[in-house]
Design a protein around this ligand. Structure first.
Ligand SMILES: C[S@@+](CC[C@H](N)C(=O)[O-])C[C@H]1O[C@@H](n2cnc3c(N)ncnc32)[C@H](O)[C@@H]1O
Length: 239
């Protein structure tokens, strides 16, 4: 058997990985798709399916921090009516997402932008409206990074993991910006670390996000790991 670099995650050695119903290429330093993220992709597809089935227009998905592209690509694979924009500041991530989209035959329904969500927003999507914003952002508090397994620290991009002082730096930007990208009634779906959903629900209850109806969802092991919220409906159009 050929020797492999020390402690390299098996997914990188194999070079491809299964996620939901799709097989994607994976390579360092782009984050290896985690099994718990499959729940996020399933939730995204569940929410978009009725819109896709209605057939009135093509539902639109925005993913912030696409990495290898797995979340968006699973949704595009399942729901042929959906189109998507995926952004990531990492060139390696953008190239991998484009490569994986071509592999799955969904490139025509996906635009990939190399861009970071900053306090100034995300200029590449300005003026566009989406039915859903999905993100598995970096959410590990900086001080906890050193406790991660060596495999992760040696091979995976620190920017894919480091969520700042309390892990929620990018999440706060997402909470501030998402309502501006969403159609009324559109949804934000986030993956978070253990213990973070409660804080994010509290942040959502503060005035000014334009988001409402927070819901927490559990992963396959029963831990609260996902938060969903909806853009407020226009006045008089509450469901
Ligand atoms: C936890 S990884 C998730 C990757 C992929 N979506 C998945 O679930 O496997 C977070 C991703 O967010 C990207 N990212 C980091 N900072 C960002 C920012 N300011 N704006 C947008 N994406 C960012 C990273 O490059 C990384 O690819």
């Amino acid at each position: 058997m050929a020797s492999s670099p020390r402690r390299m995650p098996v997914q990188y050695i194999v070079g491809e990985w299964e996620f939901c119903d799709v097989t994607v290429s994976v390579r360092p330093p782009v984050l290896v798709p985690r099994p718990e993220t499959e729940r996020l992709a399933l939730l995204a597809a569940d929410r978009l399916r009725p819109l896709a089935a209605a057939g009135e227009r093509s539902p639109r998905l925005l993913e912030v921090g696409c990495g290898s592209g797995v979340i968006t690509l699973a949704v595009l694979h399942w729901l042929k009516q959906v189109s998507a924009v995926a952004v990531d500041p990492s060139e390696a991530a953008c190239l991998l997402t484009e490569e994986n989209a071509a592999r799955l035959g969904v490139s025509e329904r996906l635009h990939v932008h190399r861009a970071a969500l900053t306090d100034a927003g995300l200029p590449c999507v300005e003026g566009q409206q989406f039915d859903m914003v999905v993100s598995n952002p970096p959410y590990v508090p900086t001080a906890d990074l050193r406790r991660l397994q060596p495999e992760i620290l040696l091979y995976e991009d620190r920017a894919a993991l480091d969520g700042g002082r309390d892990g929620l730096a990018l999440v706060r930007r997402l909470l501030r910006r998402s309502a501006g990208w969403l159609r009324p009634g559109g949804r934000l779906l986030l993956e978070l670390g253990v213990g973070q959903p409660e804080t994010v629900v509290a942040l959502l209850s503060e005035p000014g996000t334009g988001l409402t109806r927070p819901q927490v969802h559990r992963d396959f092991t029963g831990r609260e790991r996902f938060v969903e919220a909806q853009r407020e409906q226009e006045r008089g159009r509450e469901e």
